[in-house]
Every structure is written in C-alpha cells, then in structure tokens.
Design a protein around this ligand. Structure first.
Ligand code: PGA
Length: 253
C-alpha cells in the first residue's frame, strides 16, 4: 500500500474542488490510499461527491474540545458529524503562523483519538534546528509530546515534513535528508510502540514534485508522499502519483 495525499491549504472554491476530486478519483490505482485535505468550506460539500473507496477526505485542523466558546474553531464532533474520518494535526504552517505548540497539538491528538478520527500528524525540524544538528532532538520532542499517553494509536499516520523544505522558495530535501528524518521518526515510533510501529505509515512531504517524487517514493523508509503545490491541479496530482508508483514498481517488480 502506498499513501498519497495533498493539503489544499487556503486555496480554491467548492466548484474547483469538486472538479479536482472527480478527476483524481477517476481510475485511481487500487494500490493507493489517497487523501485530499480541502478547506472546511469545501469539505462538507465534497462529502456528497461519489468517491472511490481508496480516496478519503480530511480536515486540515481542528480544536481539541468537543464544543465550547471557541469562536472560529471546528471540533472533532463536528468533523464526524460532517462525515469526516481523517484530520491533519501539527502542520508546520499551523505551528509557525498560528502559534500551535507541541502541547496544543497533543491535546488535539488526544481529542482526535477519543473521537475515532484517523490522525495525520505532521512533524519536521526547522532550518535552525537542522543547522544546529538538532534534527533528531526536534523530531523526538514533537512526536513524544504529541503522542504522550496514547498507548496504541489506532489510526495514526505521520508525515515527516522538514520545515525548510515546505512551500514557495524552500530548499529541496536530498535523499540523505529524507532517509535521516524518516528513520528518526520510525525509531521514535518504535521506541513508543515497539512492534506495532509497522502499522504506522510514515509519509514524506515538502516540495515533492514530478521531478523528485520517484527518488523519494523508492526509498525503503517512505510509505507514502504528502504533496502541496505540485498536486493542487488534478493533472499534477495524477502525474506525481503515477511517476511515484511506476518508480516503485520498477524498483521492486
Ligand atoms: P509543498 O507543501 O509541497 O508545496 O512544499 C507541502 C506541505 O505544506 O505539506
């Protein structure tokens, strides 16, 4: 199984997203577990689209409380009520632009698990941490705080996204960077969950595109790819996915 998804961030309209989903849902390869994270306004509308069973919709964020005086926030119960079973937590933009901390992300992880949501937990070191040789320390901290007290994460996926590789103007990660970060994430998960770690897919994200996806997708430590800009058009989504799958099938026919 290969995981492949995109975060649409704060882009697009319902109409555009409907066309996007219809296009990527058509002939979606069966060996893929695909997901799309649209903005909330599109999310509910899109639950009425007919999607293949291996294409899942998810939210980009949520609050940790089930309800309350939290103006502008969306709760886990509201997501479930809207028919959503997947939520991303801890994206670098939430951490850096909206002040989310390891401990608020932890509260969200607990709330998501309590409400039976599949969690896509994003972690990644900043450029300062990388340059100071603190990548392992940063990833270990983010994972252990976020997952504190969760003995068996039922539906957990982790996305390793180095902050310095995300978005416009970012650097591309080398294969060595990806291997080091992914292996660290897997080591930390193994120390927390032992043998169950094999059940936790770890995806790589950050400037993944049609040119570099094959080299990342064929690394042993990569269970999937999490793509931003390069997958926001249906053609791009399909091209990156197709190239990744082709490279994987050629690497281990
Ligand atoms: P990018 O975004 O692929 O555009 O760098 C990745 C992300 O934010 O998850």
């Amino acid at each position: 199984m290969f995981y492949f998804g995109t975060n649409l961030k704060m882009h697009g309209t319902v109409k555009r997203h409907e066309a996007f989903l219809a296009s990527i849902g058509e002939n979606l390869p069966a060996e893929v577990e695909a997901f799309v994270l649209p903005p909330y306004t599109s999310l509910y509308a899109l639950t009425r689209s007919s999607l293949p069973p291996n294409l899942q919709l998810g939210a980009q964020n949520m609050h940790w409380e089930d309800e309350g005086a939290y103006t502008g926030a969306i709760s886990p119960i509201m997501l479930k009520d809207a028919g959503i079973d997947l939520v991303m937590l801890g994206h670098a933009e939430r951490r850096n632009l909206f002040g989310e901390t390891d401990s608020t992300i932890h509260r969200k992880v607990v709330a998501a698990a309590r409400n039976d949501l599949t969690i896509l937990l994003c972690v990644g070191e900043t450029m300062e941490e990388k340059e100071a040789g603190l990548t392992r320390q940063a990833l270990t901290r983010q994972l252990t705080v976020a997952l504190d007290g969760l003995s068996v994460p039922p539906n957990l996926r982790v996305a390793y996204e180095p902050v310095w590789a995300i978005g416009e103007g970012a650097s591309e990660a080398s294969e060595e960077d990806v291997i080091e970060g992914m292996q660290t994430v897997k080591d930390v998960l193994a120390s927390l969950y032992g043998g169950k770690v094999v059940e936790i897919p770890v995806l790589f994200g950050g400037s993944v595109n049609a040119g570099n996806c094959a080299s990342f997708a064929t690394l042993n430590v990569v269970d999937g790819l999490f793509v931003g800009r390069a997958a926001w058009q249906a053609e791009g989504f399909k091209e990156v996915l197709q190239k990744s799958l082709l490279a994987r099938s050629q690497a281990s026919p």
